[in-house]
Design a protein. Structure first.
Length: 329
């Protein structure tokens, strides 16, 4: 089968399309013929040697999500899926290939209204965003939430999910263009961090109270200001480190606000935790996709042979939503 391979340590130039062995379906797993796959920053970080896959996952083939058709089932896969069913889901690696093998319980039927690129734009970002909002932050309907990097995949998904839950949404981006686009997906208050202090805006708009929940993709660069913007007994969920890993913080602010800081990642979790997160996504988010309450945002689509261009576009930070790679045989 054809797959994207990390040929050496480096940026987009390190990605190549090669013939590799097709995975074998065993046990409770299903083999899926991949039609499209989302490209994520984790993939380009992995190619640079900065984000190794969990033990047991492919080390040379990136890809954390897929959309495709069930090709075959293992002897212990006794669930309702059958060959030909359209499914999507997350994997620990190997998604940027013609075939992927995963536990049947992690493959979710695709809503009828989604084509392959749209379906491939869903799993990683909506699973991550919903898990961060629901399981990690315990966001309640009607609460206010600050979401950083609302132009990115996870950020734009989180805005939609929070809006669907009836929450007031604050969001940051470094360009007014991305904030304007995010308003169409449920962003109430946009904050342009190129010329605005987000903590000041949040405090002004909340009467000095701050927001109960912050979903942060930036990390170190925003930590201090996040605590300033957080309400008493607020929850800060860190899902990314685009702005660095190390920061100094005034712990007195954390104590005075009785706040919680939660770090989270899906990729490194044990398989049973991933399955549980997938089933919650299937039960709660997929019905919203069916009803159009939330929807995938596809920024650009590239064929697999243009994987380097896809990676360059992703790293340019110019897009809004997801970069998708189509995989035709």
């Amino acid at each position: 089968m054809r797959a994207v391979v990390i040929a050496r340590t480096g940026g987009p130039e390190a990605l190549e399309v090669r013939e590799v062995p097709r995975p074998e379906v065993r046990g409770d797993r299903v083999l899926v013929r991949v039609r499209a796959a989302g490209l994520n920053r984790a993939d380009t970080m992995q190619s640079r040697g900065l984000y190794p896959p969990p033990p047991g996952e492919p080390t040379e083939i990136p890809g954390l999500e897929f959309a495709g058709e069930v090709e075959a089932k293992g002897p212990d896969a006794i669930g309702p899926l059958k060959p030909g069913d359209r499914v999507f889901g997350i994997v620990g690696g190997g998604g940027l290939a013609e075939y992927v093998c995963l536990p049947e319980r992690m493959a979710v039927p695709i809503p009828a209204g989604l084509d392959w690129p749209s379906a491939a734009a869903v799993p990683e970002v909506f699973l991550t965003a919903f898990d961060a909002l629901d399981q990690q932050a315990g966001l309640c309907p009607g609460e206010a939430v600050l979401i950083h990097a609302v132009g990115g995949g996870v950020g734009s998904a989180a805005v939609q999910l929070a809006h669907a839950m009836g929450c007031q949404t604050f969001g940051t981006a470094r360009t007014a263009r991305k904030l304007e686009r995010a308003k169409a997906y449920g962003l109430d208050v946009g904050i342009d961090t190129s010329n605005e202090d987000f903590a000041t805006v949040v405090c002004d708009r909340t009467g000095g109270n701050g927001v109960p929940v912050i979903i942060d993709h930036i990390g170190a660069a925003y930590l201090g200001k996040n605590l300033d913007a957080l309400a008493r007994r607020g929850r800060l969920v860190v899902v990314g480190l685009l702005g660095g890993r190390k920061a100094e913080v005034d712990l007195l602010a954390l104590l005075n606000k009785r706040a919680r800081i939660v770090g989270t990642t899906l990729r490194a979790r044990p398989i049973e935790e991933k399955i549980a997160a997938t089933r919650r996504f299937a039960d709660r988010v997929v019905p919203w996709l069916n009803r159009g309450l939330v929807r995938p945002i596809v920024d650009a689509v590239f064929p697999i042979d243009q994987i380097r261009k896809a990676a360059e576009h992703l790293e340019s930070n110019q897009g809004f939503g997801k970069v998708v790679v189509t995989i035709d045989g």
